[in-house]
Every structure is written in structure tokens, then in C-alpha cells.
Design a protein around this ligand. Sequence first.
Ligand SMILES: Cc1ncc(COP(=O)(O)O)c(C=O)c1O
Length: 321
Amino acid sequence: MAVSKVFCADLELMNIMIEEEVDYLADSRIENLKGISSDIPKVLLRLPSISFAEDVVRHSDISLNSEIETIRVLNKYAKEQNKIHGVILMIDLGDLREGIFRKDEVFETIEHVTKLNHIKLSGIGTNLTCYGGVIPTHDKLVELVDFKTEIEQKFNLKLDIISGGNSSDLELVIEDRIPFGINNIRLGEGIVLGRETAYGTYLENMYLDVFTLEAEIIELKEKPSVPIGEIGMNAFGKIPTFIDKGTRLRAILAIGKQDVDHGELIPIDLIQILGSSSDHLIVDVSESNKLFEVGDILKFRLTYGSILSLMTSKYVGKHYE
Ligand SMILES: Cc1ncc(COP(=O)(O)O)c(C=O)c1O
């Protein structure tokens, strides 16, 4: 499953996913899935809110679930919309984010789900690393395969999808150590940043600059490195501290905390990020061998967190090369 939430299901990028003929288009926001038109099945990754269940059935084919109350409401809307909605039942193998934790509850839930006429139990899944940082080892994922075997025997059914997790599974996949029986993973970061997320290792033959931030210099001046006057709180209620490095050449860039956390930006030029306020990013360009001017563009490499917030910001223009 190709996961589009980090780039807010941007349509230009969705078209690439569609051209590549991924098996499923997956996103955590139903608002994003709503905007995608394609024959490829659409999967909602975040557990549906009951208050959005009608839209979930309308704009996705499958959703990840862990609450029978929610699945019953999905069934009601699927009946109204004359559809069969697919459910992947999430099992918590210890990362402690979503999923049913107790084994008896897994079986109880399946018992109920199989009685709902407009719900198809498409499969089971798990999510690791996201909250608790639990690594998807071979043995951990065998636990999911054991659930599959037990469920199929107990209920005399066949589960289509055994979804073993996210980009943190990539090392197992590449080293061919993923347990037999896991036939699906949901990939976001692996696709956009070219790295697996269990250890943060970059993958071979993947581009590392799929997303780049370009920000324009709106002020360029020599100033002292320590503010002058009595120091109180800054715009975010924190009392700032400074190291005196004498007079420095500082640039202000037209981007700020409203768009991105400056700690998640990786400068390409030899500059130092000093800080930011809502709409301004302040950098020290004294060490750079380039002669900058007002109006010049500085480029930054990005992390998962910065791609997420920059793509979400309506103030950041998106250009494609
Ligand atoms: C349930 C679920 N599966 C998979 C993913 C994709 O994770 P990653 O970007 O690490 O591949 C996410 C997050 O986007 C998620 O919430």
C-alpha cells in the first residue's frame, strides 16, 4: 500500500503512485482520500471516527479498525450506500498505539464482524514502531501470522490481507526475512525519503532529495549575535538564551513556525539556523562562501516531520521539476 499522508495526497504525486500501479492507495485522512479518483482501492489508515463513518464508506474501500462499535456504524452506512466495506482488523502486538490487545477480544470481534452483511473482513494488520518504537522482528511478525492461522481455522474463512506494518518492515523485506504469510505492508516514509524506519537506514538506489524546501531571503544584514536590552519572553512564551559570537551576517527567510519546525530543516549551504518565529526563519550566513543578496533562495533538505508540515501549510507553494 502506498501511503500518501505525508504529502497530503497531493494530486501530482498521487498520479505518480497511480501510474506506478500500486496495489492500494492509503492515507490516514478521509479528506485526502476523498480527493483521489482512481480505480485502485483506497484504504483509510487511521481508525475511522464514528462521526465520519458515512464519509469513510463513501470515499474508501477498506479501513483499518479496532472497535466493533465503529464497524457496526460502517456496516449501517455501507448498507445505506449499497456497498460492501472492507475491514482490516488491527491487532496490537505491543507498540501500544492502535489495535486490539487481548487475544479473546480479537476472536470476539471477528465473531461479530462476520455477522455483518455489509462488512467484509479483508484481513488483519498490525502497526509497530510508530508509538512505542517496537521493532518489527521476524518473531514479532510471526505472532501476526499465528493469528491469521488461528482465525482462518476457527472461523473457516480466508483472510486476503495480512498487513505487517509500515516502513519499519523494510529491512526484513529487503533481507528476505519477512515471515511467510505477511503479504502486505503500508509504505509512506520508505517511498518519499528512501529509508527504512526501524533503524533509519537509507536504502540503496533511492533518491534522497524528492522534497526540497526553497525559502527566499527577505532581509540580509550584519547584526550582533546577542539581543540588546532586557530579555523577557519571546513570541512563544520562552525565555531565549544567546551565545555572543560578535557581529554576524544574518538572513531572514520568508518561512516560519506556522509552516515548519526549524529543527527539522537541513541546510544545503554552509549556514546555521538560529531560530524562527511564526513567519520568519533567521539564519547565520557568515560562514558561507556564497555572496547572498536579498531575493536569493536558500535550499534545505527535509525530514519526515518537515515534509509533513510543509505540505500541510497552505502558505508554501508546491513546484514540480
Ligand atoms: C497505520 C499506518 N500504517 C502505515 C503508515 C505509514 O508509515 P511509514 O510512513 O512509516 O511507512 C502510517 C503512517 O503514515 C500509519 O498510520
